[in-house]
Design a protein around this ligand. Sequence first.
Ligand SMILES: Nc1ncnc2c1ncn2[C@@H]1O[C@H](COP(=O)(O)OP(=O)(O)OP(=O)(O)O)[C@@H](O)[C@H]1O
Ligand SMILES: [Mg+2]
Length: 469
Amino acid sequence: MTTGEAFSITVLAIDDDPACREVISDALSRDGFKVLSARDSSEGLQLVQQEHPQIVLLDWMMPGGKGGALLEGILEADSGTEVILMVHPTATESAVAAIQNGASEYLTKPLEVDRLWRMVDGLAAEARQRHRTLQLDRELLDSYQFEGIVGRSPLMLEVYSRIRRVAPHFRTVLVTGTTGTGKELVARALHKRSPYAAGPFVVCNCSAVVETIFESELFGYVKGAFTGATQDKIGYFEYAQGGTLLLDEIGEMPLTTQAKLLRVLQSQEIQRVGSPTVRKTDVRVIASTNRDLRAMMATGQFREDLYYRLSMVEIHLPLLAERKEDVPLLQRYFVEHFAGQYKKPIRGITRRAQALLARYPWPGNVRELENVLGNACMMVEGKVIDISDLPEHMRYSLSELISAEEKWVSLEEFELRYALQVLEHTDGNKVRAAEVLGISRATLYRLIGQKVNGQKVIDGKVQPSLPKQ
Ligand SMILES: Nc1ncnc2c1ncn2[C@@H]1O[C@H](COP(=O)(O)OP(=O)(O)OP(=O)(O)O)[C@@H](O)[C@H]1O
Ligand SMILES: [Mg+2]
């Protein structure tokens, strides 16, 4: 798509009066508008659905008083349509009410050709401008997306370059990064760019597997292997045969399973639980985690040999806070995505709301940004997202989180305090707080289990108490 591409404006006139339709057609056709006309509501609505006119001129006094229902129908079919009502001079009050319900303007009848033309021309200019802005945004987005990953910061370009280099050859990769930084997206990109892209991409969420059945989930089992094993069952490895297996949250894998996994990675062979038969596997394994595996290794929670095997090739994802220059691009991407999903004509974000998004520390990373903008797009009533559409907790100034007499704190401690503040805001509701922060409940629990100023946090409260915030 090129920005210079001509963008023609279609105008639809809905009026039972043929003379009025003719006036409109004569006034506008000469100026390069495509003019359509309809005699009644059903014909009008049908044309709206088929032709998607940018501007509709609607007779507000249609026989049977159907103007209101038709306005609703038009905006439902395409809420971006600009509707100009044509009203009798005595009915302007009801037209004003209709404007509150989504109509853009009104003209009194009989139509003054000059006014009609100026109004349509003005709305057309706005529609063209919107179209151009959208196209530019789209082009910018197209050039800074890599397999669905959005970002053009040097840190992300480095990630793309690693994916490109690793994808054709890898057998195992470790993808690390805090929650919401895009680890799963990277895993999918690695698969898509690998020679096995046509094979399956299977995700095993290690934190959701019950410890006692981990092995059988990964490698399958045969009938009679244990009580309840009434038939043979294949595991994740066999599902992923010829493709890629993502072991998500590998840090949650029990030590005994870690040992078995290492053996499989080395031998490329699996054995279903209860079976003596050894099967060859052809599976690429991507392990991902938001935990510090090195620290877990030091405390004996993660096997050293498995860690070294996995970390031979590692792709680390930066925090969103480390690549703030990507925020505007991601912002555009998500607004476009959600505007489409909710079928709303959202044009963008006000400057002050953008400034707030730029200042915010994003502890939940891209997922939090995605949630915030998803909510804003769902709630926004007009066409532009403003500060009032953003969550209340984002509007606090950061200085409130750290009192003036204190020294600066580490990012880790800052995250913790911030999480506590959100928790306070949700009246201690952890499910809601995790949602707001865009992190999993498990991550929130881990976060609030840390220490603030050397004092233990118990159930979200610092013991004895947090400095006044
Ligand atoms: N660079 C990006 N561009 C577009 N969307 C992104 C990007 N990074 C993350 N997302 C989106 O943010 C959400 C979280 O991403 P993802 O699930 O990959 O994170 P994660 O690192 O696996 O998080 P967790 O550790 O919590 O599982 C997803 O909806 C994803 O599509
Ligand atoms: Mg994930």
